[in-house]
Design a protein around this ligand. Structure first.
Ligand code: OGA
Ligand code: ZN
Length: 368
């Protein structure tokens, strides 16, 4: 890293890139109690009131301290590390959130964390969230086997997302259910609730309380790994799956929920944003025949890959396991079971990403 001040212009070279630091950009970061409230770290003045003709008249770097003088006589010093973080696009956007590790059925070591009492502010929660962000799931082992314990646990990370199913749901076979999950049939790989607005719940938890049946295995698939495979091997299918907008609908006697989205949604940078797959509730619009022909071929490929033993993890949840997974990245399901063999009872609930993002950024201040 190098800092150069010449002809009123301050250039910083960092990671093979040169940044010309704008005087207003620097000024609106000027540290000091008169500019930023010490309790909240929030800016105390309106930055658009800064004179746009402002210039830097002097700059020098002493160890990690960058001292700046402006032409209106105001001086200040910055920690250069804080500024460099903002110049690193990846750090600036992701902060302490780790890079994803895509996986397939060959994943050997499942991300697992032992449950600890009051773990929300402990290193074990930091490790749990790091695993969750890398793999899109983590299994918390040996949690208390208690009715609604899940709510206490999830609320210690962030507020549970309440939906029309309530704060939580019991997954067990029930008479006349409003969802196929409550019958003992197999659930092929799916994402939950793509019909919700503004988006499907970000994170799902399933806490196993009883699993006495010989079937009822849980399945997980890394939807982004499958998307990456399709992108490399069949670009036409990738294009169709990332551009065809589908409608998703849920209805029961009280509510009709609808939303739209692609089976594989990309963000503005072309990165994976969200997969949606719930063949029980999706409807493709009546597009031109040629487009639909390609879409149906692409969806068949997607479905085969989601169900293939190359990509699927299959395992049995034990009582006391809490499975936490990214409902925008992973697909989950279960094999059929015979409800006459015994009880199978999971409790589930949802959480949003601002809770886990915020918690991880907070814990990284202590444990990184
Ligand atoms: C669900 C679901 C999986 C299971 O309730 O959304 O997918 O293991 N359940 O029963
Ligand atoms: Zn589900």
């Amino acid at each position: 890293m190098q800092v150069q001040f010449q002809n009123n212009s301050l250039n910083v070279s960092h990671h093979d890139k040169i940044f010309q630091l704008h005087p207003v950009w620097l000024r609106e970061r000027l540290p000091g109690e008169e500019y930023f409230d010490i309790d909240t770290h929030q800016r105390l003045y309106e930055p658009s009131s800064i004179d746009l003709e402002l210039q830097i008249t002097n700059a020098e770097l002493i160890e990690s301290q960058l001292n700046i003088e402006f032409n209106d006589g105001i001086k200040g010093s910055y920690n250069i590390e804080d500024l460099l973080k903002e110049m690193d696009d990846n750090q600036n956007k992701r902060g302490p959130l780790p890079e994803r590790i895509l996986w397939d059925a060959s994943l050997k070591n499942f991300p697992e964390i032992q449950f600890e009492v009051d773990m929300a502010d402990k290193k074990s929660m930091y490790d749990l969230l790091m695993n969750f962000y890398k793999y899109g799931f983590v299994i918390i082992k040996n949690a208390p086997i208690e009715n609604k314990f899940l709510l206490k646990f999830v609320n210690s990370i962030g507020p549970v997302k309440i939906t029309n199913f309530g704060e939580y749901f019991d997954v067990m076979s029930k008479p006349n259910p409003n969802d196929l999950a409550y019958k003992p049939i197999a659930l092929p790989p799916h994402t939950d609730n793509p019909y919700r607005k503004p988006a499907a719940p970000g994170i799902q938890f399933l806490h196993c309380l009883q699993n006495e049946v010989s079937g009822g295995f849980s399945t997980l698939v890394d939807g982004f790994a499958v998307a990456e495979y399709i992108k490399k091997n069949n670009f036409q299918a990738f294009e169709s799956l990332t551009t065809t907008n589908l409608r998703y609908q849920f209805q029961d006697k009280d509510i009709v929920l609808e939303n739209w989205g692609e089976l594989i949604e990309l963000d503005k940078d072309g990165d994976y944003k969200q997969v949606r797959y719930s063949t029980r509730v999706d409807y493709v619009p009546p597009l031109e025949t040629e487009k639909l022909k390609i879409f149906y071929q692409s969806r068949k490929l997607l479905s085969e890959l989601y169900c293939s033993s190359e990509f699927e993890l299959r395992f049995k949840l034990q009582p006391g396991d809490i499975m936490m997974f990214d409902n925008h990245r992973l697909l989950h399901g279960r094999t059929a079971y015979d409800a006459n063999e015994g009880m199978r009872h999971l409790q589930g609930c949802y959480l949003e990403f601002d809770a886990t993002d915020g918690k991880l950024r907070h814990l990284a201040r202590k444990f990184k």
